[in-house]
Ligand binder design. Structure first.
Ligand SMILES: *Cc1c(COP(=O)(O)O)cnc(C)c1O
Length: 220
């Protein structure tokens, strides 16, 4: 019941252009089922094996978002069903996703993760690295991936001004990259904002928020 009301409270405040990804990592099948019964379909996980296990046990119309750091040797396990991979941070990884998507006769949606926080622990590419990838000629050969936008994680801090600057930087990257759009490359999605900062993220142009603890409760 609580999951349903948490979802409804958050969903009721979201503008129509913002997609809510319910981050269900570490949470049980029963809890995900409760959110599903409330009508929710977009779920996020940060470990491939956990996502595969849950995919096998849950309704097949769930859209699974991989929001964690992805190792190349794990891509094959999620390639048959993953809806969107948010954490793409190298051309090598993109190439592997393309290869596995090709085997499945699918086109997999991807977001490039940009490092927007100053902390060393956060994954992602610098703006320049992303620019280099986006301009590379080899990108045109990847016909089984579709880059749909960017993803970023703000610094873990209570200082709203710091986080706002980081979100602004990501939005700014989108403006820079927009002229590079081509058949398998668009910038319609900005995945930023979590439980603590999603309102701020929406103010700064987020179109996709990834919310876990505010829906399912805190994690151990
Ligand atoms: C866990 C996680 C979230 C959700 O965090 P909450 O603070 O629980 O909302 C969002 N994005 C990523 C990449 C995560 O790993």
């Amino acid at each position: 019941m609580e999951i349903r009301s948490n979802l409804n409270v958050i969903a009721s405040t979201l503008p129509a252009h913002v997609t809510l990804v319910a981050v269900s990592k570490t949470k049980s099948i029963a809890m995900i089922n409760e959110a599903y019964a409330a009508g929710h379909r977009d779920f996020g996980e940060n470990k491939v094996q956990e996502m595969v296990d849950k995919h096998d046990k849950l309704p097949q119309d769930i859209r699974w978002h991989m929001i964690g750091h992805v190792q190349r040797n794990k891509v094959k396990y999620m390639a048959p069903f993953v809806h969107m991979i948010h954490g793409v941070d190298s051309f090598k990884l993109l190439k592997e996703i393309d290869k596995q998507a090709c085997k499945q006769d699918r086109i997999i949606s991807c977001l490039l993760q940009i490092k927007i926080a100053k902390e060393d622990t956060k994954f992602g590419m610098s703006k320049d690295e992303a620019l280099k990838l986006l301009k590379s000629e080899e990108l045109a050969d990847l016909r089984h991936v579709h880059i749909k936008g960017l993803m970023g994680m703000g610094t873990f801090t209570s200082d709203q001004a710091v986080i706002r600057d980081e979100f602004r930087f990501l939005k700014n990257c989108v403006s820079t990259f927009k002229p590079l759009e081509r058949s398998n490359l668009h910038f319609d999605v900005i995945s930023m904002g979590m439980s603590a900062d999603y309102q701020l993220a929406i103010e700064e142009g987020s179109t996709m928020i990834r919310v876990g603890s505010s829906i399912f409760g805190s994690r151990q």
